[in-house]
Design a protein around this ligand. Structure first.
Ligand SMILES: Cc1cc2nc3c(=O)[nH]c(=O)nc-3n(C[C@H](O)[C@H](O)[C@H](O)COP(=O)(O)OP(=O)(O)OC[C@H]3O[C@@H](n4cnc5c(N)ncnc54)[C@H](O)[C@@H]3O)c2cc1C
Length: 408
């Protein structure tokens, strides 16, 4: 019986798949990565439309993998406070990292900057011989053998590994080929994203305004003190209309929806819109197979948790696999993979439920519900203890954290 050529084969080299590859190959495993996109140089001269609010836990993961410094050298934007308010009342809540003696709540980072930081690490691992990147390529089918999983590529090539990981995002072909059911819930919202120049400086504060039936509008501070990335989660009807507006009309509408908090705004580059759908795979694992990131779950972006949850999946799966490898166990064994699933699936489901509740409560325009949520915001804003717990949770500093997400 031949030993499989890889310990782990990863499908998808987005932020989540690339981070997993760095964590495993960096610890000495033999890793193969199959990515559908052709290899191309990443242009960081312009702002990327895909922008993430990274938690402190995600920052630690990148630091521990050696990828953070390259991102920080290019463009990361720390934010120290967050302000949330309701357009239909006086409810307002303000979180400030200083109250928990932390310098910042998190960082806003563009996707292309994260990819550049990870790519530098990936290249070193390729040069060291621990990582093999096949690009562009797709896995078309796979089957179990006595001691491995064998995957066929669209090129006709067959690869074997102890474990196959699906990290190809929300429509994961590996999840579908494995026949893993996925619960879907259309939020009936789209996420409109754009970058803006603002008249007033953002002061490193992330701001979010709940607009009732018109959705939720977030202004995320970028490195330039008068530039922000916006995410407007709103009914599809509204996002369609906003996409069609002439640029000056779009700018006027966004500034007004934000109560001119940062004054007049000017669009920088394009606008894009993403459908928002909650998905949760019924299982994250099967014998010799695991799902991570959006392949396993997607969530409403209102608290910017999507990629952060995926990075915690990576840190937990890497820990489980590396501990098992160190004790000579087979990485694809179902009992080992179940440890990862038990660690992550419940937590991810809880976060999805929490975001769904926020979305529902803040979309409601019935007067008693509006009154109650404004009272809720007001009371929470005056309760420092509760706010500190919420802040630590949102920063990813609490709970059963994997080693990779801890300070070293
Ligand atoms: C509007 C919006 C705003 C968001 N804002 C935030 C935020 O502020 N903070 C946050 O944490 N999250 C946010 N998210 C969520 C975040 O975008 C996702 O959680 C994150 O991109 C998931 O990363 P991933 O690597 O799992 O998947 P993806 O980013 O989808 O990457 C998948 C990779 O797999 C590749 N691939 C696809 N198919 C195949 C195949 N068949 N074979 C091989 N490779 C394949 C793709 O080319 C890609 O490289 C937001 C999402 C939306 C829609």
């Amino acid at each position: 019986m031949h030993a499989p050529e890889y310990d782990v084969l990863i499908a998808g080299c987005g932020v989540v798949g690339a981070t997993l590859a760095c964590a495993l190959a960096g610890a000495g495993l033999q890793v193969g990565v199959v990515e559908a996109r052709p290899a191309q140089a990443i242009d960081t001269s312009n702002l990327d439309l895909r922008v993430y609010a990274l938690t402190r836990a995600s920052e630690r993961i990148f630091r521990n993998l050696g990828a953070w410094d390259d991102m920080a050298k290019l463009r990361v934007s720390p934010f120290r406070a967050m302000e949330v308010w309701d357009s239909q009342g006086s409810g307002r809540i303000h979180f400030d990292s200083a109250t928990i003696v932390e310098p910042l709540l998190g960082h806003i980072v563009e996707q292309n900057i994260i990819q550049v930081g990870l790519n530098t690490q990936l290249q070193q691992l390729i040069d060291n011989g621990n990582l093999h990147l096949l690009q562009p390529a797709h896995i078309t089918q796979f089957q179990l053998t006595a001691n491995a999983i064998e995957a066929q590529l669209d090129s006709g090539q067959t690869l074997s590994a102890r474990l196959l990981v699906g990290a190809e995002g929300a429509n994961s072909p590996i999840r579908n080929l494995a026949g893993i059911p996925c619960q879907l819930n259309d939020y009936a919202h789209s996420g409109l994203v754009a970058n803006l120049q603002t008249e007033l400086p953002h002061q490193a504060v992330a701001r979010q305004r709940f607009l009732g039936e018109r959705g939720i509008l977030a202004f995320l501070p970028l490195k330039d003190s008068q530039q922000v990335s916006i995410v407007w989660s709103c009914p599809k009807r509204l996002s369609d209309r906003l996409m069609q507006l002439a640029t000056p009309d779009f700018e006027v509408e966004v500034a007004a929806a934000f109560e001119h908090h940062l004054g007049a705004v000017q669009l920088l580059g394009d606008r894009a819109v993403f459908p928002l759908i909650r998905r949760h795979a019924q299982h994250y694992v099967q014998p010799r197979l695991a799902l991570v990131g959006d392949a396993a779950h997607t969530i409403h972006p209102l608290a910017g948790q999507g990629v952060n949850l995926g990075l915690l999946d990576v840190a937990c799966l890497a820990q489980v696999l590396l501990e098992s490898h160190a004790s000579g166990q087979d990485l694809g064994h179902y009992a080992i993979l179940r440890r990862y699933e038990r660690w992550r699936r419940g937590d991810n489901g809880l976060m999805q439920g929490l975001m769904d509740s926020f979305k529902t409560v803040f979309a409601e325009s019935l007067p008693p519900v509006r009154w109650l949520r404004n009272i809720g915001l007001h009371l929470t804003n005056h309760n420092e203890a509760v706010k500190n717990v919420i802040m630590r949770q949102a920063m990813g500093l609490t709970g059963d954290l994997p080693q990779l997400a801890r300070m070293r």
